[in-house]
Design a protein. Structure first.
Length: 368
């Protein structure tokens, strides 16, 4: 099979879609499927990762992806062409024209602007044999917004490598590296700096939280996608007198990220929209209790009060009280964290995702 995504491999630059597409492909290769993974990269090269996974990186993806796709499809003759990003959809159309089974993976059905990528996504969905959604919430959005037959859209949840994201003790070296060693408690969120991720909601809650936990720090790990929004966050923290208790980190290496998750007392995700919530399952896999808003796919991941806490959208008092409850009750935080780890291990792993995908491929190929 051939997988196409306009994102780098995670080792070059981690992105949500890139991490998902690569790890699904790696898990499929462990099941014995030969996977040609075509993605954006720093140089044009081909690397065998194992006996069944070969990565083709394309430096100028916009210009050269169709040429590389044609080479791979004609030479390797994959039965299935699986596309993970809008910019890679021409590869799906090429696969369809060459008589292959084609699948488009939807990592969210947010409105795309300008019009051209929105039209590309619509065409790709129409020409695909199956649309794979990352959650039931995303599946419903696709059916309603794209006017697609429910029979065409299936769900395969994203996952996590539970051997990588796992509970461990705090790392004094990592805490010192990021200037966090002097704080008694850490609240962590992971997400790009953009308004829909909701970091401003935590900033608003912090003054009340700091009254009870003055030696606490809020840390967000994520790329500054919206610099205007980030400046607003910093300004709000300064105005509220809490700037010394707020940290924004970007470019954090993977191993440091796992250590930071394990150093957090709890994790918070007040997003207004989450097609899945990859960071949430990574944190849960580390045994951290997660507080999130009850929106989109998050109720599919978290069972309120059992393996996480869900708060009604716009409920800032509820967010504050949920955080304070976990900060003040170590046994509650431990119980929820352990249940979260167990949930992820049984429902949200890349191996489970690969098994679902293999079943989807077999059904498409046998019924064409």
């Amino acid at each position: 099979m051939a997988v196409f995504v306009d994102k780098p491999v995670p080792s070059e630059r981690p992105t949500g879609i890139g991490i998902a597409a690569y790890n699904m492909s790696l898990a499929l290769s462990r099941r014995g499927l030969t996977v040609h993974f075509v993605c954006r990269g720093e140089a044009n090269k081909t690397v065998w990762v194992n006996d069944h996974l070969v990565v083709h990186t394309v430096r100028n993806y916009s210009r050269d992806n169709l040429r590389v796709a044609l080479d791979v499809i004609k030479k390797e003759r994959p039965e299935v062409v699986h596309v993970h990003s809008t910019a890679a959809l021409p590869s799906l159309l090429l696969g369809r024209a060459l008589g292959r089974a084609v699948v488009v993976h939807s990592h969210g059905d947010e409105p795309l602007r300008p019009l051209r990528p929105a039209l590309m996504r619509k065409v790709g969905i129409n020409f695909s044999h199956r649309v794979v959604a990352v959650s039931e919430a995303t599946r419903k959005d696709i059916i309603n917004h794209q006017r697609v037959s429910p029979k065409k859209v299936v769900v395969a949840y994203n996952g996590v490598n539970i051997g990588d994201f796992k509970p461990s003790g705090q790392s004094p070296e990592v805490l010192a590296k990021y200037g966090l060693e002097s704080f008694e408690r850490i609240i962590l969120s992971i997400g790009a700096i953009q308004a829909r991720k909701g970091q401003w909601r935590i900033i608003q809650c912090l003054p009340a939280i700091l009254k009870e936990w003055p030696n606490l720090v809020y840390v967000n790990v994520g790329r500054p996608y919206d610099e205007v929004y980030q400046a607003r966050l910093r300004g709000d923290a300064e105005r509220l007198g809490i700037s010394e208790n707020v940290r924004f980190l970007s470019g954090v290496p993977h191993e440091d990220l796992v250590s930071l998750i394990n150093s957090a007392w709890l994790c918070v995700h007040p997003s207004s929209y989450e097609p899945f919530g990859l960071a949430v399952v990574e944190e849960m896999a580390c045994g951290r209790p997660v507080v999130a808003f009850n929106v989109a796919a998050l109720p599919e991941i978290i069972e309120n009060g059992v393996d996480g806490i869900l708060v009604a959208p716009e409920d800032s008092p509820g967010l504050t009280s949920s955080i304070l409850n976990l900060l003040g009750d170590a046994s509650l935080a431990k119980r929820i964290g352990e249940a979260a780890r167990q949930k992820v291990a049984t429902k949200f792993t890349w191996d489970l995702a690969a098994a679902q995908l293999e079943g989807i491929y077999e059904e498409i190929v046998s019924n064409r």
